[in-house]
Design a binder for this molecule. Structure first.
Ligand code: PHE
Length: 345
């Protein structure tokens, strides 16, 4: 009968040997050989376990427990080693810190301007290229600049054309960018050629076509001998630059208290080319701005001699132009900060 001592010695020797060779082996092939040598059907550890039954009965439980512990330890160390080896081979056998330069890069976050800002900048740039300076005015205006100085008589229905958000006292949120005309005229003498982009506010029912706030770009030119032909020339050049040469313009007679004569300007539908579609409501034309020759009453109010000076003014909705340019059918999308929408621009 084999002695318990000898068995324990062999077991511990085998454990030591197995763990050492696992540590020293790096090839998967070599590790598989080790598995067979120690844990295979006729492996050393397997055989030792089988010979347990030949030991004296009272020694068996303790040595059986020890044998099982050693067997599972060797198994686990071997499995871990095989796993590590497989991972290393997967990154090209280069080991820890290996960087695969052939992997496609991860795309980083990239900021960009809001679509309205992009169109606004485009519009301003076109007029800047035609010799217009850029000016700014406040969003919170007084009744005087927003209405009275622009020849909106008190209690005249013209004031109802633009539903106004009134603030405390005489203050209100500007309903258009035209008050900047007055502010500039008060400070300067002609010739003046200015473009003034800015936010406007109107207390209107919100729907796909109108929102409570929007961007406008106002332009005006005052000098001796400015004519309606100059206005047509500048607006045509602008439209052709922004939408392309094959877009037609149409000037329709209209009314604004601060211009005379006044016009609304349409362009041939940029979607259907004028044939008629749902965007132009089968009219073939799209309205993009209001314009006219500055009313002599406005000149009188700011102290310009209406006999000496003449000028034109125009105001366009940036949101509307952006909707046409990008073919967006709901203005509210510009104000919802939905990244899925904004990332398209
Ligand atoms: N301020 C006008 C509006 O908001 C547009 C306009 C500007 C008309 C300049 C004529 C001249 O409706």
């Amino acid at each position: 009968m084999p002695s318990a001592n000898k068995f324990e010695q062999d077991l511990k020797q085998t454990q030591k040997e197995a763990l050492l060779t696992i540590e020293q082996t790096s090839e998967l092939e070599g590790l598989e050989q080790i598995r067979i040598k120690y844990l295979g059907r006729r492996g050393i550890i397997t055989s030792l376990l089988k010979s347990l039954k030949d030991l004296p009965e009272k020694e068996r439980p303790a040595l059986g427990k020890l044998s099982n512990q050693i067997k599972s330890q060797v198994e686990q160390v071997l499995i871990k080693r095989i796993k590590e080896q497989k991972e290393q081979e997967a990154v090209g056998g280069k080991g820890e810190g290996f960087f695969d330069y052939t992997l496609p890069g991860r795309k980083g976050w990239e900021g960009r301007a809001h679509p309205l800002t992009q169109i606004n900048e485009k519009i301003v740039k076109i007029f800047y290229g035609m010799g217009f300076e850029v000016a700014k005015g406040p969003d919170v205006e007084t009744d005087y600049y927003n209405f009275s100085a622009l020849n909106f008589p008190l209690d005249h229905p013209a004031r109802d054309m633009q539903d106004t958000f009134y603030l405390k006292g005489d203050l209100l949120l500007r309903t258009h960018t035209s008050p900047v005309q007055v502010r500039v005229f008060e400070k300067r003498k002609p010739p003046i050629r200015i473009i003034t982009p800015g936010r406007c506010y109107r207390n209107e029912a919100i729907n796909a076509r109108s929102f409570c706030t929007f961007l406008q770009v106002e332009g005006f030119y005052v000098d001796t001998d400015v004519t309606f032909a100059d206005l047509k020339g500048v607006l045509s050049a602008f439209v052709w630059e922004l939408f392309g040469k094959d877009v037609a313009l149409r000037f329709r007679a209209s009314f604004f208290p601060f211009t005379e004569p006044s016009a609304e300007v349409d362009i041939s539908c940029v979607i259907c080319g004028g044939k008629g579609c749902s965007v132009c409501k089968h009219r073939g034309w799209l309205e993009i701005l209001g314009a006219g020759m500055i009313d002599p009453e406005v000149f009188k109010t700011v102290g310009y001699d209406p006999e000496k000076y003449s000028g034109y003014a125009f105001g366009m909705g940036v949101d509307r132009i952006a909707m046409l340019k990008y073919q967006i059918d709901d203005i509210r999308l510009f104000y919802e900060d939905d990244l899925k929408f904004l990332r398209q621009f």
